[in-house]
Every structure is written in structure tokens, then in C-alpha cells.
Write a protein that binds this ligand. Structure first.
Ligand code: S3P
Length: 184
């Protein structure tokens, strides 16, 4: 984990996987700064993500997100959590591949619908889950699972774990200096 240009670790996964909570735990555990591209996008736009979707549209959000991710991958040396859909972008995929090639660890925080639903909060404002949140989440995860698997170097099934336990699992992978190994 040392000597890799870029973040100590990058967290990817769907809404409800616990990326932000796990990033905070990992930051505390590793004594590292934590960055979240959703927060970066909101800071740049000066408004919440839900408002960006409604007022400017999803393509505008994705463009801001791409820029935020590429910037963070190039400049942030701590824990980096990506918004759930960021990995769909081809430029982001390329940057993550380059990061992995130089030894970076991309952790896919996996979760089933049953565990994600209460975490996401089905009545909370998440623009992509409007309408029928459970069905939307399921379709989204089915479409994205191959992408999360392709861009990541390790996977942790988070269903029965607290954010601290997930952080421990990711930290163990970092300590082992490997990009693979933890599964559940
Ligand atoms: C999105 C996930 C959200 C946020 C936006 C779009 C997605 O982030 O970036 O609402 O496409 O999955 P979280 O994964 O942190 O909820």
C-alpha cells in the first residue's frame, strides 16, 4: 500500500453498500484523510445531488462526477469513496485500471437488496431510486455488478458486517499488500 501514487484505497459499490461509513472508519483506522466524490460534486455545483439531477439532468451530474473522480484519483492520497454510478464512465474505468496496475487497491463493497434497503432508507431522496426503490436498486445492481467486479481488486460482502468490520477487512487486504483475497 505504500509507494502507490494515488489513494491508499478506493471504495466502489452500489448505494447502501456503506461506502461513506466504511471510508470514515478506514480513515480513522489508517490515520488517513477521507474523500467522497459525491461531496466533491456537491461542493463544485453548490447544491445537493438530488437538485443537480432535477435542475441540470443526469448527464450534467455524470460530467461533474467524472471530473471529481479523475481529480481525486490524481491528487488524493487517503481513502477515496466513489459515488455508486461513477464506475460506469469509460474514463473512470481507465483511470481505475491504471491505478490498479500501479498497485492500487479498489475494494468492491458488495451488498444484497435485503441488507441495502434499510441502509439506503427507501423514503430518502436518492434520485436514481425514485418510484419503486427496491425494484430500481435491484435492476441497477444487476446491470452494474459486472462493472463493480471488473474495476475492483477485492470484494467484501458487507451484509452482516458493521462499517468497522468492513473497514477491518479492507485494512487487512491493504496490510497483506495484495489486491485480492477478501470475500465475505
Ligand atoms: C448514484 C449514487 C449516489 C450518487 C448519485 C448517483 C448512483 O451515491 O452519486 O445519487 O448512480 O448509484 P451513493 O452510491 O453514495 O449513494
Amino acid at each position: 500500500m505504500s509507494g502507490v501514487a494515488g489513494p491508499l484505497v478506493v471504495l466502489v459499490g452500489p448505494p447502501g453498500a456503506g461506502k461513506s461509513s466504511v471510508a470514515r472508519e478506514l480513515g480513522a483506522l489508517l490515520g488517513a484523510a477521507v474523500r467522497d466524490t459525491d461531496a466533491d460534486v456537491e461542493a463544485t455545483a453548490g447544491k445537493p445531488i438530488a437538485d443537480i439531477f432535477v435542475e441540470d439532468g443526469e448527464p450534467a451530474f455524470r460530467a461533474l462526477e467524472r471530473a471529481a473522480v479523475l481529480q481525486a484519483l490524481a491528487t488524493h492520497d487517503g481513502v477515496l469513496a466513489l459515488g455508486g454510478g461513477a464506475v460506469l464512465d469509460a474514463d473512470v474505468q481507465g483511470a481505475l485500471a491504471a491505478y490498479r496496475e500501479r498497485g492500487g487497491v479498489v475494494a468492491f463493497l458488495d451488498v444484497t437488496l435485503a441488507a441495502a434497503a434499510p441502509r439506503v432508507g427507501l423514503n430518502r431522496s436518492r434520485p436514481l431510486l425514485l418510484g419503486n426503490p427496491r425494484a430500481q436498486w435491484k435492476a441497477l445492481m444487476e446491470a452494474r455488478r459486472p462493472v463493480y467486479e471488473a474495476v475492483s481488486s477485492t470484494r467484501v460482502l458487507t451484509d452482516d458486517l458493521t462499517p468497522a468490520q468492513v473497514a477491518d477487512a479492507v485494512a487487512a487486504v491493504l496490510r497483506a499488500g495484495e489486491g485480492e483475497g477478501t470475500d465475505g
